[in-house]
Design a protein around this ligand. Structure first.
Ligand SMILES: [Zn+2]
Ligand SMILES: [Zn+2]
Length: 178
């Protein structure tokens, strides 16, 4: 039996990790296992004061347990890829590893009063989105679908923490193949 591993880097919010584990477990129908992950300091880019998501994915590929169907990492570090100012997360399309960043998911980041429920909901949506990519799902034109592309926090808030019927059907086919 292959497992969906969900782990966090040492500084990550434990409550967000718990929420993400529960959500991906129920949505992907694969048993979830915990794994401890190292910090991502090696991916730090001093010029941008951010962390490269590509080296993080490479590290995750190396520490992916043998019985892992997928490995999702949760980090507080603000991630980027060279062509974008930031990314909420990054995944290998149809691969085994994905990462989400909590850095831009809190209301405080936008100068607003803290809201734990909003924060945890956003983390769950991003976890579904990036894990969906590892199952081969691409960006979806349905705005409320978890697979729609979010370039800003308001886009994330428009989405549901669930897949639209067509992405859900594609996911079912892809999990049968893996
Ligand atoms: Zn995406
Ligand atoms: Zn969809």
């Amino acid at each position: 039996m292959k497992h969906l591993y969900v782990g966090a880097t040492p500084e990550a919010d434990p409550e967000a990790l718990t929420a993400v584990r529960a959500r991906v477990g129920s949505e992907f129908g694969v048993p979830v296992r915990e794994v401890e992950l190292p910090g991502v300091e090696f991916a730090y880019d001093a010029g941008r004061n951010q962390y490269g998501s590509i080296p993080v994915l490479e590290m995750l590929s190396r520490c992916c347990p043998a019985d892992a169907l997928k490995l999702l990492a949760v980090t507080e570090r603000d991630l980027f890829i060279p062509v974008l100012t930031f990314v909420f997360g990054h995944a290998q399309l149809g691969g085994r590893v994905a990462v989400i960043s909590l850095a831009r998911l809190r209301q405080e980041f936008y100068g607003l009063p803290p809201d734990r429920d909003v924060f945890l909901e956003r983390a769950s949506k991003e976890a579904l989105h990036e894990t969906g990519h590892t199952f081969g799902l691409v960006h979806c034109p349905v705005e409320r679908c978890a697979m729609s592309l979010a370039t800003g926090i308001r886009h994330i808030d428009l989405k549901n923490a669930a897949f639209c019927p067509s992405c859900a059907a594609r996911l079912k086919r892809s999990s049968r193949e893996s």
